[in-house]
Design a protein around this ligand. Structure first.
Ligand code: NAD
Length: 542
């Protein structure tokens, strides 16, 4: 900066297209889907602006059609992980010195590329390899990602303009430097938007990044890299490595220049990372920033005054969209005895009306879970219910992996508020219901608060303000994103900053200024205009 105080375009949420039959967006998405399905691609890593192919490859397949091969990707050797670090550090000086408006322009351009020419492609890739319906792909890979990029640019300018007071004699300036060193971004399979945002948000602020996507998201990660490149992210600023997470992570965390991790994924992986960083702490040049958004055991709790149909709809959408593989997905619900028959009837009707299959058939509401490991885990929990005396299956309970990893949306009812599926994150289309006596509202809220180690999202339904007030208080620490009379999923960038506490993460709120502060190391500059020349203060006079 230097020749103007520039205003960036005001960030607005990207409108969601509806993909109705006959619409141009539906035709474009299906055409892109078919084209990608019928090709076989080879995805190299991307280090210092160059494709790196190691020959150590693994295949990529649609979860809903796992015998079909979409292509291969190349796995890193230790020297590739090291090259990604070295190249990021080499790029740092120039990138950190690049004026903010140039960085902003690159990421605003990426947003427009996704909104326009890449929209069908990034949505189709997310449908194919992460098995999202077109609507789930649109709200993730297009809209949420565009929102992250646009809002982060705006938040960056708001942060830069936060300045201390000055006097006529001294000018105080806060310079928002990027971190010294490099950032390590580790991303999950379930959101293409998160995969892009974790490296991009740090890079926007002038940091350089080593990015390791999930093995199950590489197909769309390749398109993200193409977009970043076309938008003008310079070589070496975001470097992508694939493969063995432990080897890559150990290599990264051994670097004295490691200055922060931007992680989204499961709780145990994050705790392991934190532990390794602690063990290495004496090796680092700077205290690393540790930002992680992790697991959840998200709840719906209904009061006896709530509308049973609204509660049932929140369960059907909140638990089953994207097969329950949203960190915010409802996976335990507490329903009062008086309204349970009506809620149950509607949920059973809803679940029985869901169509399940490939996302290519856009009338399907449910598609496959991400991989065989997830399928087997879910099937084992469903099987256990069949043997347990304190739980029954209300609807669903079937599964089949002959063609794709299909788990029927399943509702379990338990008489044990601490039943395993009330406590453990399963990350699939399974919700467990505990029915409580209507008069035990406060006791039930305490149970909700104390049942799981997580505190990500939660929803309370009630028409009684006093009951809501009690819930707000008792559940104060039970969720980082708390919903009243709404499902606990669907946070929108700019509207509901997202993140949880307890074992759900460091609650740095992706899609808000709070997150961006973590990738900055402010330098305070005080400039005195007339510098004193005598140490004696007036009070020292005779
Ligand atoms: P995961 O923990 O299996 O993988 C996340 C990333 O960590 C991947 O890139 C993976 O390769 C890497 N990883 C795995 N083992 C590692 C190790 N030992 N060391 C370093 N890296 C390692 O998670 P997932 O299955 O991809 O995603 C689902 C999880 O993510 C769920 O627990 C979900 O709740 C959570 N999630 C949370 C949020 C949030 O905002 N809180 C958002 C999305 C997903």
């Amino acid at each position: 900066m230097g020749k103007g105080f520039y205003e960036v375009p005001l960030a607005v949420n990207e409108p969601i297209k509806d993909y109705a039959p006959g619409s141009p967006e539906r035709k474009a998405a299906l055409a892109a889907y078919k084209e990608m399905y019928n090709q076989t691609i080879d995805v190299p890593m991307y280090i210092n602006g160059k494709d790196v192919a190691t020959g150590d490859t693994a295949t990529m397949s649609p979860p809903h059609d796992h015998k079909h091969i979409l292509g291969t990707y190349h796995r890193a050797r230790k020297q590739d992980a090291q090259a990604a670090i070295d190249t990021a550090l080499a790029a740092r000086g120039k990138w950190a010195a690049t004026p903010w408006e140039q960085r902003a322009a690159i990421f605003l351009r990426a947003a427009e590329l996704i909104a326009g020419p890449y929209r069908a492609k990034i949505n189709a890739a997310t449908m194919l390899a992460q098995s999202k319906t077109i609507y789930q792909a649109e709200i993730d890979a297009s809209c949420e990602l565009i929102d992250f990029l646009r809002y982060n640019v705006q938040y960056m300018t708001e942060i830069y303009s936060e300045q201390p007071e000055s006097t006529s004699g001294a000018w105080n300036r806060l310079e928002y430097r990027p971190l010294e060193g490099f950032i390590y971004a580790i991303t999950p399979f379930n959101f293409t938007a998160i995969a892009a945002n974790l490296p991009a948000s740090a890079a926007l602020l002038g940091n350089v990044v080593v990015w390791k996507p999930s093995d199950s998201q590489i197909f769309s990660a390749k398109i993200l890299m193409d977009i970043f490149k076309e938008a003008g992210v310079p070589d070496g600023v975001i470097n992508v490595v694939f493969g063995d997470p432990v080897m890559i992570t150990d290599t990264v965390l051994a670097s004295p220049d490691f200055s922060g991790v931007h992680f989204t994924g499961s709780t145990n992986v994050f705790k392991g990372l934190w532990q390794k960083i602690g063990t290495n702490i004496h090796n680092y040049k700077t205290y690393p920033k540790i930002v992680g958004e992790t697991g959840g055991k998200d709840f719906i709790v209904a009061h006896s005054t709530s509308n049973p149909i609204q509660v049932a709809t929140a369960i059907s959408r909140g638990a089953f969209e994207f097969q329950g593989q949203k960190c915010s997905a409802a996976s335990r619900a507490y329903i009062p005895k008086s309204i349970w028959p009506a809620v149950k009837k509607r949920v059973i009707e809803d679940v029985n009306s869901f169509k399940m299959g490939s996302p290519e058939d856009m009338s399907n509401f449910i598609t496959a879970v991400i991989h065989e490991g997830s399928f087997d885990k879910l099937a084992s929990y469903i099987d256990a219910v069949k043997d347990d005396s304190d739980a029954t299956i209300v609807v669903g309970g079937g599964y089949d992996k002959s063609e794709g990893y299909f788990i029927e949306p399943t509702v379990i009812e338990t008489t044990n508020a601490k039943y395993s599926t009330m406590c453990t994150e399963l990350f699939g289309p399974v919700i467990t219901i505990y029915v409580y006596e209507d008069y035990l509202w406060e006791e039930t809220l305490h149970t909700v608060d104390q049942t799981s180690e997580y505190a990500l999202t939660g929803a309370v339904f009630s028409e009684d303000r006093y009951a809501l007030e009690v819930a707000m208080k008792i559940l104060e620490n039970a969720a980082g994103n708390f919903y009243i009379n709404d499902k606990p999923t669907g946070a929108v960038v700019g509207q509901q900053p997202f993140g949880g506490a307890r074992a759900s993460g460091t609650n740095d709120k992706a899609g808000s200024k709070l997150n961006l502060y973590r990738w900055l190391s402010p330098r305070m500059v005080k400039e005195t205009f007339v510098t004193p020349t005598d140490y004696r203060y007036p009070f020292l006079g005779e």
